[in-house]
Design a protein around this ligand. Structure first.
Ligand SMILES: [Zn+2]
Ligand SMILES: [Zn+2]
Length: 144
């Protein structure tokens, strides 16, 4: 079990959430894949291991993780939310328009934009959002 999973399990335990094998598998998958899966993708990845599990189980667990602050739900105006288990590091998202996958990248310089808004117009900044769109490496390989 990785350290991140261990820590997340501990956080859930402290909030009184009971750990089940399914819950543990969903949590591990989220923390270890880091590709911001949809509930459906999690289901497909784990249905072989848990044939009795339903998509509703995945959604219920994602809500539990969200309430515990372990995942962030990313909504992009369509039906399928993606789930981000990287809540500790500040990061931005690069979204592939072919396959819909989301990759994390770091670009700390934009913190200056917040400071600049605060300084130049006296804004009390609470956050910002920036996304990059394009075609991921995997999809670029497919089209050539
Ligand atoms: Zn792609
Ligand atoms: Zn992310």
């Amino acid at each position: 079990m990785s350290q991140r999973v261990e820590k997340a399990v501990e956080i859930l335990k402290n909030t009184g959430v009971r750990m089940t094998p399914q819950r543990h598998a969903i949590l591990s998958y989220l923390l270890e894949t880091m590709n911001h899966p949809t509930a459906d993708e999690i289901y497909k990845a784990l249905e072989g291991k848990f044939p009795n599990m339903s998509v509703a189980t995945i959604y219920n667990n994602l809500r539990v993780f969200k309430d515990a602050g372990l995942v962030r739900e990313l909504t992009y105006g369509d039906a399928s939310s993606r789930f981000d288990a990287n809540v500790e590091e500040d990061h931005y998202h690069a979204i592939c328009s072919e396959c819909g996958s989301i990759r994390d990248f770091h670009f700390p310089y934009l913190r200056d934009a917040e400071a600049s808004a605060a300084e130049s117009i006296g804004f009390r900044v609470t956050g910002h959002r920036m996304e990059v769109y394009g075609i991921c490496e995997d999809c670029q390989k497919k089209t050539h």
